[in-house]
Design a protein around this ligand. Structure first.
Ligand code: NAG
Ligand code: NAG
Ligand code: NAG
Ligand code: NAG
Ligand code: NAG
Ligand code: NAG
Ligand code: NAG
Ligand code: NAG
Ligand code: NAG
Length: 454
């Protein structure tokens, strides 16, 4: 990465003088790379409930993307309650190797996603209404905002189009917005309030506030007068997220609710990068390696196998939707109803219309549909599930077929391939799949590139 270091140093040097920065040598491939970290929010919830939260979130997003009515909060809550009663069933305990002498509060220990088991999370009170929101699994990068620049941890979401951080007046229905870094006029001398409202709803949660101009710094690049949102009001899922101070939407510009150009477009127009490309290598917790990164302006050849690279035209949607060409399990083709895939880093699971989810699991040895409607897979599975895009088969790492297995190899694990009870022809392709590939989007060409991650 010598070239990158050189560019970074050059940018630092340029940015020391406060003039706007322009591209000087268009022939040089220009890019900006930042590390991505994976953070798991410990809600103390049982793995089955966390799984259901992800399904609920995906259900909302998929409905929105397909132009269908979104499920009501009551419906999502009912899903959570159904799942909670499933956990209590003796048969479930047997299947998931939960000894009969283990009380509810300890169940969650058997389903820990992360290595950290130092705090024994309390089991939720299942009879209470459980917030259908909840951002358990998050990929964040750190960038700087304001003058003087201060670090903000930002979720990278290819499935939405707005960039915002929490404001110093942030409220979560009257309560505070958590232990976060905030932005406001007293915290930055370059802060300009544009007095224009913004508001966005996600599959889980919402944020609203005002548009501002301030300086954005990423790896030595400085964008002055960058326009983004500060949220005066956020939902629980954001207020309680221990790490994320905001979210960067990296869909196509048409999804921006405020009509503000996304960061890759501004970076391209300012000359920092040639094309509005964003490329992701998502880290996997079980790898215990901090090897995730996001690159603006290019693909990082060190992170993928070039012989597997395909570039695919996306549809006209503001989402990154591409044709789905097929799937196979252990080399056997699966008959699918779906023909499209929405690629979303902000979705944890691979979420399929029910018929396709049944068809895929039917070929995974030992997989079963649970009474909750979801699926389980033996924790020692070696099944090779591949998805075909752009003429290439991309295999999902068998570890990623299991949701929050914590590395267990006995008993049954919850499948990372989920479904909601709805017909359809579009997959919501989240991190279960994306962790196995190098994933890149190009706004200028309206394409998605995929390659096997290395
Ligand atoms: C927690 O982790 C320690 C060390 O990794 C291990 O010895 C212990 O058995 C674990 N406890 C539970 C309940 O998983
Ligand atoms: C669970 O929450 C409900 C509603 O808040 C409450 O009525 C009930 O007593 C609680 N149960 C336990 C065991 O704490
Ligand atoms: C708030 O976050 C900071 C930095 O992550 C941490 O050092 C501090 O202990 C946290 N404070 C509370 C009250 O959680
Ligand atoms: C805010 O930034 C935009 C460019 O992003 C610029 O066109 C506009 O003039 C700025 N507004 C103010 C009030 O600084
Ligand atoms: C931001 O834009 C406004 C309006 O164009 C301009 O007056 C101001 O100098 C710019 N600020 C910076 C820091 O470039
Ligand atoms: C904040 O958001 C919540 C949830 O979307 C909403 O109920 C509430 O009215 C909002 N509050 C303000 C002050 O906008
Ligand atoms: C992709 O889109 C480009 C430009 O719209 C077009 O020229 C090309 O033929 C398309 N490729 C495929 C495989 O459809
Ligand atoms: C997984 O475990 C089951 C039962 O414990 C065993 O029968 C099976 O052979 C194992 N499969 C693999 C692929 O190791
Ligand atoms: C199959 O896809 C079509 C749209 O292409 C949809 O109308 C139909 O409901 C889907 N069937 C199932 C079983 O999901």
């Amino acid at each position: 990465m010598q070239l990158l270091n050189l560019i970074t140093i050059t940018l630092f040097a340029l940015s020391a003088d406060a003039r706007p920065i322009r591209a000087r040598e268009p022939a040089v491939p220009k890019y900006v790379t930042l590390p991505i970290r994976r953070v798991e929010r410990d809600t103390g919830l049982h793995v089955e409930l966390r799984h259901q939260q992800h399904i609920n979130r995906a259900h909302r997003l998929a409905s929105r993307a397909a132009g269908l009515p979104e499920p009501s909060t009551d419906e999502l809550r009912a899903n959570i309650e159904r799942r909670a009663s499933f956990i209590e069933m003796p048969e479930t305990r047997k299947r998931f190797n939960i000894p009969s002498n283990i009380a509810g509060a300890q169940i969650s220990n058997f389903a820990q996603d992360d290595a950290d088991n130092t705090t024994a999370p309390a089991l939720a009170n299942f009879s209470a209404p459980v917030d259908p929101d909840g951002a358990d699994t998050t990929f964040v990068t750190t960038l700087q905002l304001g003058t003087p620049p201060r670090p903000f941890n930002i979720i990278l979401d290819s499935g939405s189009g707005d960039f915002w951080v929490e404001s110093d007046q942030c409220s979560n229905n009257g309560a505070g917005c958590g232990n976060h870094t905030f932005l406001g006029p007293d915290l930055s001398s370059s802060f300009v309030n544009l007095e224009q409202d913004f508001s966005i709803e996600y599959g889980s949660g919402s944020a609203s506030g005002q548009l501002v101009n301030d300086s954005l710094r990423m790896a030595g690049m400085i964008l002055d007068n960058f326009t983004f949102g500060i949220a005066h009001n956020v939902s629980d899922s954001f207020a309680n997220d221990p790490l994320a101070d905001g979210l960067m939407g990296l869909s196509k510009p048409s999804l921006s609710t405020s009509g503000v150009p996304p960061a890759p477009i501004v970076m391209r127009d300012t000359g920092f990068i040639h094309q509005a490309i964003v490329s992701y290598r998502l880290p996997r917790s079980l790898d215990h390696e901090n090897n995730g990164e996001v690159t603006f302006g290019s693909l990082d050849p060190a992170k993928f196998d070039p012989s597997t690279l395909v570039t695919i035209n996306s549809t006209d949607s503001g989402f990154w939707i591409i044709p789905l060409e097929g799937a196979s399990v252990n080399g056997n083709a699966v008959t699918l109803n779906s023909t499209q895939a929405l690629m979303d880093t902000g979705t944890t699971l691979l979420v399929l219309p029910t018929a396709d989810a049944i068809a895929v699991h039917a070929q995974i040895p030992g997989a079963q549909q649970q009474q909750s409607g979801q699926f389980n897979i033996p924790c020692n599975t070696t099944a090779s599930v591949s998805v075909r895009f752009g003429g290439n088969d991309f295999e999902i790492n068998p570890e990623d077929l299991l949701f929050a297995s914590g590395g267990r190899t006995t008993g049954d694990c919850t499948s990372g391939i989920g479904s909601f009870n709805q017909p359809g022809n579009q997959w919501l392709v989240g991190d279960t799949f994306l962790k196995s590939v190098y994933f890149s989007t190009n706004i200028d060409e309206n394409t998605v590139s995929l390659a096997k991650a290395v």
